[in-house]
Design a protein around this ligand. Structure first.
Ligand SMILES: Cc1cc2nc3c(=O)[nH]c(=O)nc-3n(C[C@H](O)[C@H](O)[C@H](O)COP(=O)(O)OP(=O)(O)OC[C@H]3O[C@@H](n4cnc5c(N)ncnc54)[C@H](O)[C@@H]3O)c2cc1C
Length: 502
């Protein structure tokens, strides 16, 4: 090992971000002389939310070498096939943004172009009937993909998890501690900065202990103890695009039939989530306090619960946006200390995961090469901006004008990048995936179509297929998709078998 190598890593914070980082780093940096220490304060606690995920979490679990069934049992998890959006395009509407594709892409085109051709002819079956994830979600069914059934929609079922945030942290902590991560309990009062290079050199605990390090990973939550309070990095506020700045959360009794999906219902000044777990349901109203009061938000949340509440309400405030530099000097911020995008598409845990992967790719030595840091920051910003645009679409693509909040969203200025996407889609249904961004054409189509944006035309190449051939192919895909659904067990019994295995 070279003498310039990083030997001491200090993770500040033991929420989801801190323990995800600890679990991953302890797996990937296994040299004997690397110390990973994590400091957290039980008195301060964690944000305690963050329970819905997207399919990429499967890669994280695999990276850690976790047994998926054990993970499900220990985190009270359920399976998730997508998100149902209720009342977004207009009151009374509902659509599911699925994790897997509609039909099959053919003739060098995305499936939705061929479907739109039939749709324009007035004879298309509903698009949902070409998507196994949506059909299964609506029917309350689930099973894992069967990769050996090549060519069948059953070979590629895309799923994620809904789990208990506190149990997930406990689970990761166990993984990390077994691999040698040292946990320190205590409140950090302040940090010392090296006057030569401005790097953080140590953090000071309330009990007088001083912990020094080469690399600091700031997972201290919204306050950004090192990245902001110490290094004064600054923050870009995106509230003008995504005006929600508050949430009130509350647990309720478990649902009778566990739906394999998360639900996001648009309300007067935001939206309400419902996340079904094995033993209880997570709920929260994400709202803007510029448009309604905390009391009104709680009344709405309570009225929207499917079952009796089992906890007191909790309020949270946040500012949507991103740190000006998520990596500054020798401090890399992860999770809420790096930035915040509301949980409408369950992307925050994913952003922690990609940040860890990016940190590993650009892992520094003690010289902290600035071009590496600049690259890391630029890629992270791009990733946040791409997700931000996708979230904004949900608000912008509405015809709702029943409240001041929705009138604001309908009329608000949006980023030029999103304006361009909307204009292209409205004309000919073309959808692009820039720079391997998180959300692909399936996701963008789901929201555009689900919120009632009908394009004027579709890719003209779709007209080359003779009508009888198009009709035959779509009929076949439809038949196969519904047959696959018949093979799927219900979500509850699939889960029960996993739980009983222990
Ligand atoms: C309303 C809401 C809903 C969300 N829903 C989802 C979702 O469905 N899906 C999703 O992917 N994400 C969701 N998120 C985001 C998700 O909750 C976070 O990304 C995730 O929990 C990571 O949080 P964190 O670890 O960065 O911060 P925290 O959980 O706040 O952890 C901070 C840690 O730092 C420690 N700490 C802070 N200050 C000090 C100090 N001075 N000394 C010592 N320790 C200190 C704390 O004790 C704690 O351990 C949601 C967020 C919000 C606000």
């Amino acid at each position: 090992m070279q003498s310039n190598d990083i030997k001491n890593i200090v993770i500040v914070g033991g929420g989801t971000a801190g323990w995800m980082a600890a679990a991953a780093l302890s797996k990937l940096l296994y040299a004997d002389d690397i110390n990973i220490r994590l400091i957290e304060s039980e008195a301060i606690g964690t944000v305690g939310v963050g329970e819905a995920t997207i399919p990429h979490i499967l890669y994280f679990n695999r990276l850690l070498g976790l047994d998926e069934n054990d993970f499900i049992r220990q985190t009270n998890a359920t399976f998730k096939l997508g998100i149902e959006f209720v009342d977004w395009g207009k009151l009374g509407d509902s659509y599911i943004h699925p994790f897997g594709p509609y039909g099959f892409d053919m003739e060098g085109m995305h499936f939705h172009h061929l479907w739109l051709r039939q749709h324009k002819q007035g004879k298309a079956k509903p698009i949902d009937e070409f998507n196994l994830q949506i059909l299964a979600a609506k029917a309350g069914k689930f099973m894992r993909d069967k990769p050996d059934m090549k060519g069948s929609p059953l070979s590629t079922i895309a799923y994620a998890f809904q789990f208990d945030a506190a149990l997930y942290v406990k689970f990761l902590r166990n993984v990390a501690e077994k691999r040698g991560v040292i946990r320190k309990e205590g409140k950090i009062t302040h940090a010392s900065v090296n006057s030569d290079n401005g790097h953080v050199s140590s953090v000071h605990l309330e009990n007088g202990e001083v912990i020094s390090g080469d690399l600091f990973i700031d997972c201290s939550g919204f306050d950004g103890l090192l990245i902001e309070k110490t290094l004064k990095t600054g923050y870009d506020d995106w509230s003008h695009y995504l005006p929600c700045n508050s949430a009130v959360t509350r647990l309720s009794e478990r649902l009778d039939d566990l739906p394999p999906y998360t639900r996001a219902t648009a309300k007067t000044a935001g939206w309400q989530w419902r996340i079904p777990l094995q033993s209880r349901t997570g709920n929260g109203y994400v709202f803007s306090n510029q448009f309604i009061s905390d009391e009104e938000a709680l009344t709405t949340l309570n009225a929207g619960l499917d079952k009796a509440p089992t906890s007191d309400p909790r309020y949270l405030r946040f500012t949507t946006g991103i740190r000006k530099q998520v990596w500054n000097k020798n401090v890399v911020s992860l999770g809420l200390s790096a930035g915040f995008l509301e949980p409408l598409e369950s992307t925050s845990i994913h952003l922690i995961q990609t940040a860890i992967a990016r940190l590993m790719t650009n892992f520094p030595d003690k010289s902290f090469n600035q071009p590496d840091i600049d690259y890391y920051n630029a890629r992270t910003r791009l990733e946040y901006e791409q997700i931000r645009d996708f979230l904004i679409l949900h608000y912008k693509a509405t015809t709702r004008d029943d409240s001041e909040f929705w009138r604001y969203c309908k009329d608000m200025a949006i980023p030029a990048s999103l304006e361009q996407r909307i204009a292209i889609y409205k004309e000919n249904a073309r959808l692009y995936r820039h720079d391997n961004e998180l959300f692909n054409h399936v996701s963008w189509f789901a929201v555009f179509h689900g919120q009632g944006i009908i394009p004027k035309a579709y890719n003209p190449i779709a007209n080359q297929l003779p009508v009888y051939e198009l009709d035959k192919r779509l009929e076949e895909i439809h038949k196969v998709t519904s047959k696959c659904l018949d093979h799927m067990p219900d979500h509850q019994s699939y889960l029960s078998r996993i739980i009983a295995e222990s």
